[in-house]
Design a protein around this ligand. Structure first.
Ligand code: HEC
Length: 124
């Protein structure tokens, strides 16, 4: 009888630790950033218009020059963009909240810039 009780005690202990282990696993994972496959974002259609509207009152002369036909090369040769990695791209860093250019950038524009860089920063 005593042995059975001990066995039960051990089993319920094991069950409890299993359950709490499951709960722990359930709480810990943070959702991965959304991966956008085959993003249809276009530099000419989606990104350049942001520069034209929000940036070129200054960046027609201040580097990086962001005017039509000039901006892509200026961003790439000036190392303002690391294709595939917004977090290390000066363009993204300066535009995100807290960045030096944040006041000229809406969250919508920031999201477009991030998607464009993530999708490979192509000149399309
Ligand atoms: C009112 C003028 C002005 C506007 C508008 C402006 N910028 Fe700038 N930007 C500057 C100046 C001046 C510098 C260089 C000195 C500095 O960092 O403040 C600069 C620097 C930068 C840099 C280089 C990194 C850095 O922080 O020095 C990037 C990238 C940039 N701007 C992107 C943008 C983008 C993208 C926009 C539009 C969303 C924008 N800027 C709007 C004036 C402006």
């Amino acid at each position: 009888m005593k042995k059975r009780f001990l066995k039960l005690l051990f089993l319920s202990g094991a069950m409890l630790s299993l359950l709490t282990a499951c709960e722990y696993d359930y709480i810990v994972p943070t959702p991965p950033p959304p991966v956008i496959e085959n993003d249809t974002i276009s530099y000419a259609q989606d990104i350049q218009p942001i520069f034209n509207a929000k940036c070129n009152s200054c960046h027609a002369s201040v580097p990086p020059v962001l005017t039509v036909g000039i901006s892509y090369n200026a961003l790439m040769t000036g190392n303002y963009v690391v294709a595939g990695n917004p977090a290390t791209s000066e363009l993204y860093i300066s535009c995100k909240p807290g960045g030096s250019m944040a006041s000229y950038t809406s969250s919508e524009h920031l999201a477009l810039i991030s998607r464009w860089i993530t999708a490979g920063a192509k000149n399309d």
